[in-house]
Design a protein around this ligand. Sequence first.
Ligand code: ADQ
Length: 472
Amino acid sequence: MNTPPPKRLIVVSNRVQPPTGEGAGNQGGLAVALSAALRESSGIWFGWSGEETENFNGHIDFQRNEGVTTATMHLEAQDIDEYYNGYANRTLWPLFHDRIDLAEFQREFEGGYQRANTRFAETLTPLIHQDDLIWVHDYHLIPLGRELRARGIRNRLGFFLHIPWPPTRLLLSLPHHRELVESLFSYDVVGFQTQDWLDSFFHYAQHKLGADVGADGIVTHQGRSLKAIACPIGIDCDAFTEMAHGQEALDACRKMEESAKGRAMILGVDRLDYSKGLQDRFLGYQRFLSTYPEMQEKVFLLQIAPPTREDVRSYQEIRTQLDALSGHINGEFATVDWVPIRYVNKGYPRTQLAGIYRAARIGLVTPLRDGMNLVAKEYVAAQDPDNPGVLILSSFAGAARQMQEALLVNPHSAEDVADAIARALVMPKEERLERWRALRDGVQREDVTWWLRRFVAELARPEAEGEDDRAE
Ligand code: ADQ
């Protein structure tokens, strides 16, 4: 029997990450997996170029790299300011990460968000063919489905949220929250990272919209239905493991070990973002050093945290606070030949990063809120199978649901973090192996391809009902 060719996939995200041609090592698992699916279906990846234009005119720049077609457009400075730096990163990001204290509610941001989403829709609409599957990514583009429907698009539309869905009581503080949530009903499939975020969405739908939530995840509101699913994202585990065993990674690992001089390395790798809990992590480590003084000079914390979103004030502030706190802890504990925290504000090529993960006795992943957290999975994939390190993971990361064999901690509690570090350092090899094998099996089984196939299968599923009332 011949299998029909896959339907053409159109991926839409704020930024586009085409294959770089610089080898698999430099691309994240998500970009690699999406590129593979796009290649297979001769699809398109559409989004903002990251560039500014004086007058938005809907011009599309097409490029083809390694069999993947990307289509990008420029945005105006005002869009970038109000949509990207504004509503996406100063309103939705903090609110969806439980930081209502940092969320800014400004009409201009909301207007800019709508305008940019309209621009995405206007530019994308002419590229869409009748049978294409359209898959929209993340909080920047929630209203895009509604904008596409308003332009007569009747294709299957999917949306995946990479970040948490907030509890209803927090979402209520967002002006026009109802309109934002209702716009999700233009999609056929809406995916969340975990059951927790999915349950939060169901709660809002049921209690604030009065929607009907079926046991099969079908949510019906005012005659429109969507299928909501929990579909946790993974990494390309096999590729990452292979990379961690490659020469470049082994060189990086050896170099790290030499510079550790027999001290156990505790490793944090995060974008410099307040949701990642870096301050609490430093405080937990400080507590560890003071509670277990015999461990001083026997360990060090390497925190790699490249700055992001530097145009947003809260990100500038957290950077200043972390500079001060790491300086303070080093000042308090350092000796002439030992620095307790090595704090590095830059990114590393993935091949090197894999080697650094491998050299770490502990992977310390303690976000206060995180949709998933791929660093936890990468750390596991990179470990030496004969002598793996220990993953300490925040129970508030989406990844904790799948990674129960990690040492799960409350990242707000310095004592909890300190005790977990102490426990990890003396954990018998047998227990380390047992925990790691279970974690690795999960990361390998539910990898990025598994995630992608599950979502696309749901999106491609023919729906008998509702086909005709999709376009507005
Ligand atoms: P992020 O918040 O960016 O992603 P995360 O899932 O940890 O968080 O992914 C970060 C990626 O960047 C990892 O692949 C990591 O290796 C890389 N990275 C981080 N620091 C680096 C450094 N210094 N050098 C090189 N690479 C570095 C959002 C959500 C997450 C969700 C992902 C995917 O916030 O919860 O897991 O999307 O859905």
